[in-house]
Ligand binder design. Structure first.
Ligand SMILES: CC(C)(COP(=O)(O)OP(=O)(O)OC[C@H]1O[C@@H](n2cnc3c(N)ncnc32)[C@H](O)[C@@H]1OP(=O)(O)O)[C@@H](O)C(=O)NCCC(=O)NCCS
Length: 176
């Protein structure tokens, strides 16, 4: 499978993200949410897509496979507020690849840290962020489901040397 990771462009990618988030059965993004997130809240995001060659051997985007959406956090940080890979293509390295591109983009934008809050019940997400070298820093009591489920705050210092940004973006193209 050949894939491309690129910044989300609104409104062009509204349908791709909506279809992915509805199809995944996770919390679904509506068109309105996306406008607010990428407009008023100055959000930034990445889309992972499969690609194919057309009749003239040009690479064209085929299907959306995953996305990551972040919001700026004062003063120099960034928070991943949602991220998902289509369930048919999980555990193939696509999430890790998208995260490597995200780290590189955020560092180039001058961000110094990136964080994410994950439900204590999302073991896959916790393992994923640990695999991406995030460190659990705090338990946020009763953050989800009307206070019955804790959140776990993970952080990654972007100023650290030798990190995920060192994973060549090219690796993403050859997902396992
Ligand atoms: C979390 C998620 C984005 C991971 O995407 P992915 O493309 O499957 O992840 P990768 O293939 O890059 O996994 C990299 C590593 O993370 C860890 N990991 C990922 N998913 C895991 C799982 N279900 N169980 C255990 N470890 C897991 C593993 O160490 C994995 O390496 P390995 O496959 O060589 O063992 C995906 O499972 C998903 O979309 N989940 C639903 C939404 C979600 O929870 N989002 C995160 C919170 S915002």
């Amino acid at each position: 499978m050949t894939v491309r990771v690129r910044p989300i462009s609104i409104p062009a990618d509204l349908d791709a993200i909506a279809s992915l988030s509805f199809g995944l059965g996770e919390v679904a993004w509506t068109e309105r949410d996306l406008w607010v997130c990428f407009g008023a809240h100055r959000g930034y995001g990445l889309l992972t897509l499969s690609t194919r060659l057309d009749e003239e051997n040009r690479i064209v985007e085929a299907a959306p496979l995953g996305f990551a959406i972040c919001l700026p956090v004062a003063p120099d940080g960034c928070r991943i507020i949602d991220m998902a890979i289509h369930e048919d293509v999980r555990r193939k390295g696509l999430g890790l690849g998208m995260m490597a591109v995200l780290m590189l983009s955020l560092r180039r934008a001058g961000k110094l840290s990136v964080d994410v809050v994950v439900s204590e019940r999302s073991l896959a997400a916790q393992r994923f962020f640990r695999a991406c070298d995030f460190r659990a820093t705090q338990v946020l009591r009763g953050l989800f489901r009307d206070g019955s489920v804790d959140g776990i705050h993970f952080e990654y210092p972007l100023q650290r040397e030798g990190d995920l940004a060192g994973v060549a973006a090219a690796d993403v193209k050859e997902a396992r």
